[in-house]
Ligand binder design. Structure first.
Ligand SMILES: [Zn+2]
Length: 650
């Protein structure tokens, strides 16, 4: 609450009046409480993690692990107890302490307790702020069983190729299922070493560079990985299976610069026959993103994929764990390397910083690689999902911040989150400026954290525009606008009345521009932009010629539903409502007899409702329809009339 009010004050005063293309909002109290790890205040905030060195014996047959974790920490307060999180079902067998950077000289055996998924280590002496020390925790066991998608560690068999894989997935707060960890976003780890011991028929993937593979006695192998980029705790990972290494290089933004793309794919000729082209597409995506956003942020190490049957993908830093190589999945997880990994959400409530941006890069990837039509299809689909979210905000409320199903809600965090960026791009009305905003933001917050407010500050500084209203209505606010547009063309003037309401009482008005296309009788089209900042607004536009039709939001720039009614004495248009519709939809064709045919199409093009020789007016019973967007089409004797409707059950 305090933070938002301060921002609005600064922005309004910092921007010259002429540059305020969007009107500032009155300061509204938004609950800006931030979720914190319950252990944070007393224990976790007392130290800063510098380095982890995990040495783990792993298998692809189960989630059993065993070994040690060395944590190099620096005290930021006086500290006599070090607390790390670790699932109770893992057993701690010993804790040792070393001073300074002496990571192989653990002289002191420490007393510890392990309870309520945390290990409390009694230090040999009080550490003062600035002092570095290392703690080595030996542990092992089985954790994360039968916990579904949000388990820290899973062992499962890929149903298509039959390979058995053990893999980790720590986001948001499940890293403690497989290693002793400080689960606080604000403390990025400076560097990590991961030594993985497995059977010599297996390969073990992890972050960063593979320093080497050593053959060990007893038919075992050691994979030694190392990364030197700052990393959020939930991005450490391993995956172990019968893999094969499929590596190639991908070009960055400048000719001659490249990064290795190291893929640990199932050791199967069939798999490579099925997916080689798609895997190689990663190279084109890296080049495309590097050109638009700045070079791949971990270019001194690698990018890559490790396959696992996780039902999607997880953007582990420098190596995504992935189910298969579907274009949009690859594009999404790769985008996270910039948005989520290089710049990480400051709090889970700002998961938009990760998921909204990565989702929007799917649209950008489609636009760059397949063309605008594919991007339009992506956006229509995203909007159809986001239209189902008539309430709830993209910003996650504090009381839902530890609920992974809310954090990773497809309609809100991903699709509506992506559409927010699409609308920002529309408001900026200049692609070069939009990508400049993204690059400046990545530069400023790279290797660190950002909140929605941080992004807004860059957006406003780069554009000179005020986005306080936009964020209040679209990021913290709920739902989307419903427009009722009525218009007539008299002489040389177009009269347009726009009445707006919100799907949620939390946000009754969205002050945002909209476009209309006016289709003239000579076949030409004129585009006009309107800016609405009241619930009902009347616009008058001088316009010569005869307007045959008006198309609202012709490029699908805005999340909305609209009904457009033309007032005309000779008929030809129709009215319908309510929209969104719950059960009964009223349809009336002006000044006409029976309606030849009414058809409702789903967005995938299927006919879901048909009525021939309908009376006029007519009331349609739409109770059997599933919730979602549809096209309502009326066939007249001479023309086809079309409108978007949304079905929402109460
Ligand atoms: Zn994602």
């Amino acid at each position: 609450m305090y933070r938002l009010a301060v921002y609005i004050f600064l922005v309004v005063n910092a921007i010259p009046a002429a540059a305020q293309l969007l009107l500032p909002c009155p300061a509204v109290v938004v609950d800006m409480g931030e979720y914190r790890n319950p252990l944070d205040d007393r224990w976790l905030s007392a130290y800063d993690v510098k380095f982890y060195h995990l040495t783990l014996r792993v298998t692809n047959e189960s989630t059993r692990i065993g070994g040690s974790a060395v944590i190099l920490a620096e005290a930021v307060k006086e500290l006599d107890t070090l607390v790390v999180e670790l699932q109770d079902s893992l057993e701690v067998t010993g804790v040792e302490i070393a001073d300074g950077g002496e990571l192989d000289d653990f002289r002191f055996r420490a007393a510890y307790t392990h309870r309520e998924n945390a290990v409390y280590v009694a230090l040999d002496r009080t550490r003062l702020p600035g002092e570095q020390f290392a703690v080595k925790i030996s542990y092992g066991g089985v954790a994360g069983r039968n916990r579904g998608f949000f388990a820290g560690i899973t062992s499962a068999t890929d149903s298509e190729y039959g390979f058995r894989v053990t893999y980790t997935l720590s986001e948001p707060l499940n890293a403690r299922d497989w290693f002793p960890v400080k689960q606080v976003l604000g403390d990025k780890i400076d560097s990590v070493r991961m030594d993985l011991i497995c059977g010599d028929h297996l390969m073990a993937a992890s972050n960063g560079i593979l320093l080497g593979v050593e053959e060990l006695p007893g038919n075992e192998r050691l994979f030694r990985w190392r990364t030197n980029y700052p990393m959020a705790f939930y991005l450490l990972f391993f995956a172990v299976a019968e893999y094969r290494d499929f590596t190639f290089r991908a070009p960055l933004s400048s000719a001659g610069d490249s990064v290795p793309v190291q893929n640990y794919v199932y050791d199967s000729d069939q798999l490579l026959a099925d997916w080689t082209a798609e895997i190689r597409e990663t190279g084109r995506l890296i080049h495309t993103y590097s050109t638009l956003l700045g070079d791949y942020p971990f270019a001194a190490e690698k990018y890559g994929h490790a396959m696992a049957p996780l039902g999607g993908g997880m953007e582990h830093q420098t190596m995504t764990t992935i189910q298969d190589f579907d274009f949009y999945l690859v594009a999404h997880e790769l985008a996270h390397q910039w948005f989520g990994d290089h710049v990480t959400c400051g709090y889970w409530q700002d998961i938009w910083i990760n998921e909204g941006f990565a989702s929007y890069m799917e649209y950008v990837a489609a636009q760059q690689i397949f063309g605008q039509q594919a991007a339009d299809e992506w956006m229509s689909h995203a909007m159809s999902l986001a239209l189902g979210e008539t309430s709830g905000s993209v910003y996650v409320p504090e009381n839902r911040a530890d609920d992974p199903f809310r954090l990773f809600d497809t309609g809100l965090s991903y699709k509506k989150g992506a559409i927010l960026l699409h609308m920002i791009r529309y408001i900026l009305d200049q692609d070069s400026l939009f990508f400049q905003v993204l690059r400046t933001y990545l530069d400023r917050f790279g290797n660190g954290l950002a909140t929605g407010e941080d992004f807004r500050s860059v957006l406003e500084a780069e554009s000179g525009m005020d986005f306080s209203c936009f964020f209040e209505q679209w990021y913290y606010g709920e739902g989307y606008p419903l427009y009722q547009i009525t218009w007539r063309h008299d002489g040389d003037t177009l009269f347009l009345r726009s009445e707006q309401s919100g799907t949620s009482p939390a946000t009754p008005l969205f002050t945002i521009p909209f476009d209309v296309d006016l289709l003239l009788s000579d076949g030409s089209a004129v585009r006009k932009k309107f800016f609405q900042d009241q619930a009902v607004e009347h616009f008058k536009v001088p316009l010569k010629g005869l307007v045959r039709n008006l198309e609202f939001d012709p490029d699908n720039d805005l999340l909305n539903t609209a009904s457009v009614i033309r007032y005309t004495p000779s008929g030809g248009s129709f009215i319908f409502g309510p929209n969104p519709v719950n059960d009964q939809l009223y349809v009336e064709l002006f000044n006409r007899g029976p309606i030849r045919e009414i058809v409702i199409y789903s967005y995938s093009g299927q006919v879901v409702y048909r009525l021939s020789d309908a009376p006029n007016p007519v009331t349609l019973d739409l109770r059997p329809l599933a919730d979602g967007p549809y096209l309502l089409v009326l066939y007249d004797e001479t023309r086809t009339l079309m409108e978007r409707i949304v079905k929402i059950s109460e």
